[in-house]
Design a protein around this ligand. Structure first.
Ligand code: SAM
Length: 456
């Protein structure tokens, strides 16, 4: 409790803080929210017919649930039909809409991306832009790849780099989101460890890291482009002070965004430069603690992005291309390429950008893995099934909830009357993956490391 008392003491002057109201809010459980994947045509009323509460006011397709169901036993969650996300952090949607950023043709970076809450939101907004989603920590990067894969789409590239390395992509990004590692006080209600570990030294340690991350990534923002900085900390040292640091040291200006008074969001001017920023307090909003500020790079600089070096990404040989196109529909606007024997595709309009990325950063997943040829045999990849690509070259099996859960647990299951060979596996209109139907059994190709471990 010593850490709670010193934390409360340290926020005394933070705009919007009210100790009694804060403590009262922390005696209640955190609201549960989901954001529905509009690209997968999911109907929220069919998902949780009796649990749908109010909309999250600042984000489209987002809802509060009246209680927490077992998400892990909901096949639609595994199919990327919805993402469970804290409501305050969905405010990013309102920012993108207010900035009126084009959904097409931009380069967008999510620098601190795992597990993928902001990235899946960005992927839903920027439906026809290139999203680069970075996570520097290897184990967390694997979770990011999983969540991005489930969310689908073909225009995301997942990378694993230190911010300083990505910063070498000078003037490459129109919009950079830095959801920085922080002391985590905004999540005290959900995360007891964050409370137990809170110290003032840790706040200053986080501040130093946040400043370093922002300085490192700043060169990659295009002149006129935006940097969106957020944390889930209440400490001014990690929030307004870090925003002031960038306004002081870089060719940067603060951007103010209108918000509705009804939302309970506190508009907080930074101390030194009166930059605009937003605070979310659980006693004022139906969400957890969150901070966000928008900064724009002054546009007087020269744009260096055209001089970035690139690494050529070859097309696959024409014979392989003909064979692969028999397995994959709608490839007209796609570039097919081979990476470590895996055939992948990315919209041709992003090929030049991918070639620049390939020369500078460590790519974990580019576009969609379609599958591989082993001799004459084609083995389709799980990413292909979840991407939302048309799968009409394959017979399809539709599973009920029980069968779908058996499939997701990677257990044996049996369905009558199927065509032999590769089948796409579906549940309630969403593809879950692949299975191979043999004369006497069905081979389950759900990825082993993603299988549901908990039996119902
Ligand atoms: N944006 C994520 C979301 O919405 O799901 C949450 C990101 S979390 C607040 C911060 C992330 O930054 C963590 O995944 C962490 O591994 C990563 N991180 C830690 N140290 C970092 C560093 N020095 N540079 C960049 N990212 C870092």
């Amino acid at each position: 409790m010593a850490s709670l008392e010193s934390a409360l003491q340290s926020w005394q002057n933070a705009p919007g803080f009210d100790k009694q109201a804060w403590l009262l809010a922390h005696a209640q459980s955190a609201p549960v929210n989901i954001r529905v994947n509009a690209q997968k045509n999911v109907q929220v009323n069919q998902l949780f017919p009796s649990l749908i509460g109010p909309n999250v006011p600042w984000c489209s397709n987002a809802f509060q649930l009246t209680e927490r169901p077992s998400f892990v036993h909901h096949p639609v969650w595994h199919a990327g039909g919805f993402y469970v996300q804290e409501a305050s952090s969905m405010f990013l949607w309102h920012i993108l809409e207010s900035l009126n950023l084009s959904k097409d043709g931009l380069h967008v970076l999510d620098l601190c991306a795992a597990p993928g809450g902001k990235s899946t939101l960005l992927a839903s907004y920027f439906t026809n832009s290139l999203l680069v989603s970075n996570e520097v920590i290897k184990s967390r990067n694997a979770i990011l790849v999983e969540n991005i894969t489930k969310w689908g789409g073909n225009n995301t590239v997942v990378v694993q780099n230190d911010p300083a390395q990505i910063g070498k992509l000078q003037h490459f990004f129109d919009c950079v989101v830095v959801d920085a590692p922080c002391s985590g006080s905004g999540l005290f209600r959900k995360d007891q460890d964050a409370l137990a570990n809170w110290t003032e030294e840790q706040v200053f340690h986080c501040q130093a890291r946040q400043k370093r991350i922002l300085e490192d990534i700043w060169p990659s923002v295009k002149p006129g482009g935006y940097l969106i900085y957020s944390t889930c900390s209440y400490s001014q040292e990690e929030n307004e002070d870090v925003t002031d640091f960038i306004l002081e040291n870089e060719d940067a200006k603060s951007v103010s965004i209108p918000v509705s008074d009804d939302w309970g969001i506190v508009v907080s001017p930074t101390k030194k430069y009166q930059g605009s920023s937003f605070r979310f307090w659980p006693h004022k909003v139906k969400g957890e603690g969150f901070f966000l500020a928008v900064i724009q790079k002054q546009s007087t600089q020269m744009d260096y992005s055209s001089s970035l070096s690139a690494r050529k990404i070859q097309s696959i040989p024409s014979k392989l291309s003909i064979l692969t196109k028999q397995m994959v529909s709608n490839t007209d606007e796609m570039h097919l390429f081979n990476e470590a024997n895996m055939i992948r595709m990315i919209p041709t309009s992003f090929l030049a950008a991918l070639e620049i990325l390939a020369a500078h950063v460590y790519i974990k997943k580019a576009g969609v893995a379609l599958g591989e040829w082993k001799g004459q045999s084609w083995i389709p990849h799980h990413e292909f099934a979840l991407s939302g690509a048309v799968l009409d070259n394959y017979p399809r099996m539709d599973l009920n909830t029980h069968e779908a859960l058996q499939y997701l647990m990677r257990k044996d299951f049996f369905v009558e009357g199927l065509q032999h060979g590769w089948n796409s596996v579906w549940h309630e209109g969403l593809c879950l993956g692949w299975a191979k139907v043999l004369p006497n059994r069905i081979n389950n190709y759900y990825p082993n490391s993603w299988r549901i471990l908990k039996d119902i």
